[in-house]
Write a protein that binds this ligand. Structure first.
Ligand code: AMP
Length: 221
């Protein structure tokens, strides 16, 4: 199982990647998560990425492509992987192709989470995260038991800096201009499969499992 999840911010890619990686026991590679961790730990890549992320711009390709190339060449990626948030432009997609070829691997499918703008905006503005254990919540769709407090570790929840309305608008613009052209790129390669990012988590999860079953997409031995 080697998948790319494509779609606008707030399409639910991260949520599905999390449940799918557990169900199929393949790794979930979220460039956003890896970069946020790098920023938190003030690594060289993190310090370089920080200002781009706060503005909702793409972090330079060299940084992200290196992160992904290293991650998918690790032993635990042999069974398969779910790329969430990568590639985000054509040059990253081409670089991914090269890296996969060198590893003797091919993508099974690129899932396009087609999502209405108001769904994306509603999910992103309502998202709250635990700064300690990184669990995600939503003020309406997935509220914590106690208001604004993490269920798991009782830390006060925060809003991601890039989940403020102005930055969200920029992230959606960047998606339209730089990432959306990848739909054609992967359609030409006969890899694109469209699903609805507007559906709730469980419904979409069931749809995805059915698609994988039909196409015999599963972890590698
Ligand atoms: P995400 O969590 O996927 O919404 O990503 C958060 C931010 O991390 C994005 O707005 C970008 O600044 C950066 N980022 C994540 N993935 C990439 C990527 N593939 N290329 C460039 N920047 C990225």
């Amino acid at each position: 199982m080697r998948l790319v999840l494509l779609g606008p911010p707030g399409a639910g890619k991260g949520t599905q990647a999390t449940v799918l990686s557990k169900e199929y026991n393949v790794i979930h590679v979220s460039t956003g998560d890896i970069l946020r961790e790098a920023v938190k730990n003030s690594t060289k890549a993190g310090n370089l990425a920080k200002s781009y992320m706060e503005r909702g711009e793409l972090v330079p390709d060299e940084i992200v492509t290196k992160i992904v190339a290293e991650r998918i060449s690790m032993e635990d990626a042999k069974k398969g992987f779910i790329l969430d948030g990568f590639p985000r432009n054509r040059s990253q997609a081409e670089e991914l192709e090269k890296n996969l070829k060198n590893l003797g691997m091919k993508l099974d499918m690129v899932l396009y989470f087609k999502t209405k703008e108001r769904t994306s905006i509603g999910r992103l503005t309502g998202r709250r995260v635990c700064p300690k254990c990184e669990l995600n919540y939503h003020v309406k769709n997935r509220p914590p038991k106690e208001d604004n407090v993490c269920d798991a570790c009782a830390t006060a929840l925060v809003q991601r800096k890039d989940d403020k309305v102005e930055t969200i608008k920029n992230r959606l613009k960047v998606y339209e201009s730089q990432t959306k052209p990848l739909l054609d790129f992967y359609t030409d390669k006969r890899l694109l499969h469209e699903v609805s990012g507007d559906k709730d988590v469980n419904t979409l999860f069931a749809d995805l499992k059915a698609i994988f079953g039909k196409k015999n997409i599963r972890p590698h031995d």
